[in-house]
Design a protein. Structure first.
Length: 222
């Protein structure tokens, strides 16, 4: 089971191709436009609840930029090397010093484009008002989480792409007991497919239950 542990807990690398847009098609189009240099705004601000897919989008954006954009979690902001485009995750977690640094960088136009994520809209985010106001001057999108029905459809479609059918009770069990973000759900499904092939056992609730009980903490993440 050690190999399963290594695979089962690791979500695939975030890309636009493996992002399930749900109600976020307009946001995805804006990000693609920014990568092509077709967005007139200098800032794109995305916000939403935890596990809505914000980090996935920022990492996918940086990965698709051909090295021009740098993905930076907020705690690493001051240590990040200069880049023409930054994708700063959890921007409200910047320290006071880092917020001042970002505010100055904005005013000095030391970057071409800035993509940031936060847990709240600019008017409600817990940070300096002058910086929040600057970040609100561009485009702002709320990242809408997928419904459980959309997640089930996405898992079913992904399984079909891989050449197997996933029973409805298996997707229901994963949504109840595994991590609920799509990256982790897709990673879990891929590892279950591999484990099923290795053991010759079909993907059923007992198989999923055994894997989850041995490899992952039960219940939803805090």
């Amino acid at each position: 089971m050690k190999q399963l542990l290594l695979d089962f807990t690791r979500a695939p690398a975030p890309t636009f191709a493996n992002y399930i847009p749900g109600g976020n098609a307009e946001l995805l189009h804006a990000l693609s436009s920014a990568l092509r240099g077709e967005l007139p705004e200098r800032v794109l601000y995305v916000w939403g609840e935890k596990a809505a897919g914000k980090s996935h989008l920022l990492k996918a954006f940086a990965g698709a930029s051909g090295g021009r954009a740098r993905y930076v979690p907020a705690p690493d902001f001051l240590d990040a090397a200069h880049a023409p485009i930054f994708a700063i995750d959890d921007v409200e977690q910047l320290t006071d010093e880092e917020q001042v640094s970002l505010f100055n960088a904005y005013n000095e136009k030391s970057f071409e484009f800035l993509l940031v994520s936060a847990g709240a809209a600019p008017k409600d985010v817990a940070m300096r008002r002058d910086l929040a106001t600057r970040l609100a001057t561009g485009l702002t999108y709320r990242v809408l989480p997928l419904s459980d029905a959309q997640k089930r459809d996405a898992l079913t479609a992904h399984a079909k792409q891989r050449g197997f059918a996933i029973p409805e009770e298996v997707t229901a069990y994963l949504l109840t007991h595994a991590r609920r973000d799509m990256g982790s759900l897709i990673g879990a499904l891929d590892s279950l497919d591999k484990y099923s092939l290795e053991t010759g056992r079909p993907i059923t609730v007992p198989l999923v239950k055994a894997a989850l009980q041995r490899e992952l903490p039960m219940g939803r993440p805090a």
